[in-house]
Design a protein around this ligand. Structure first.
Ligand code: SAM
Length: 268
């Protein structure tokens, strides 16, 4: 059946890359692995060999049927569903452990999938994900780099990320227009350690990176804070009034947010 570009169907054809993705998950021989978007089963076959069980979430009805026919195994279940609706908590409860997740993601919904995984961090152990190279650059970016922004901060607050390797378009059929990068994400949220609430901090990150060219102070003012309150907050948290959000690491950003949350609570 012809690939459906609107579902991001670029199938991996590189055996060495498939082996590296499987190996990057580590030992899963006793575990349930969740695969996002199995497609024609390129990665799935390796996973079935390595894992205790593979649960693959595929939204395309024809592919779901074909996978059940071509990969008959007691160790393999296809869930025909949109991954954004998948119940990770129920799957983790059924498995009795936090889930390893793997996927060559459909690029048209990469950010929603990353946010969905972040929301479900309590049910997840680690993820090995293939995304468009430019997205991986933003996910793993460090403070001070051009790519550091709301995606880096959001993902990294849920745990450390490592870039693993990059593939050219020719590793896929049909070839996408972009390079693709595999990264690993270990779920270990930092909110409690850094003294901030999850929801409040993620909202704060969106505000301070709203206009990347503006200073942090200007973004905070644009978000509705009084200029005097912004000046005091930056002085009290020892952050330069000229700083841009992209120059600050997670702990500095969390220090500022925790200060603002305390101030707000004190005025209620
Ligand atoms: N894993 C396969 C591979 O590496 O060859 C296929 C990867 S392809 C880039 C993305 C896959 O995700 C496709 O099979 C596509 O049908 C599936 N997909 C697209 N949108 C989805 C969604 N919302 N939920 C689940 N799967 C989806």
């Amino acid at each position: 059946m012809p690939p459906k570009s609107k579902l991001g169907q670029n199938f991996l054809r590189d055996d060495a890359a498939i082996a590296r993705i499987g190996a990057a998950l580590g030992n899963v021989s006793e575990q349930l692995v969740v695969e996002i978007g199995p497609g024609e089963g390129a990665i799935t076959r390796t996973l079935i060999e390595r894992a205790g069980h593979v649960m693959a979430i595929e939204v395309d009805h024809e592919l779901a049927i074909a996978l059940r026919a071509y990969l008959p195994s007691e160790k393999f279940t296809v869930i025909e569903q949109d991954v954004l609706q998948f119940d990770f908590a129920a799957a983790a409860a059924q498995a009795g452990h936090k889930l390893p997740v793997v996927g060559n993601l459909p690029y048209y919904i990469t950010s929603p999938i990353l946010l969905r995984l972040a929301e479900n961090h309590a049910s997840l152990d680690r993820a090995v994900l293939m995304v468009q190279r430019e997205v991986a650059d933003r996910v793993v970016a460090e403070p001070g780099s051009r790519d550091y922004g709301v995606l880096s901060v959001t993902v990294q607050m849920y745990g450390p990320v490592e870039r693993l390797f990059t593939l050219p378009p020719g590793a896929f059929s049909p070839p996408p227009e972009v390079h693709s990068t595999v990264f690993r994400w270990r779920f270990a949220p930092r909110f409690a350690e850094l003294g901030v609430s999850e929801k409040g901090f993620i909202q704060f990150a969106k505000q301070i990176f709203a206009q990347k060219r503006k200073t942090l102070a200007n973004n905070l003012r644009a978000a509705g804070l009084e200029p005097a309150a912004v000046q005091t907050a930056l002085a009290e948290t020892e952050i330069s009034p000229q700083a841009r959000a992209e120059s600050l690491g997670l702990s500095e950003l969390a220090r500022l947010h925790a200060y603002l949350e305390r101030k707000q609570a004190a005025t209620l």
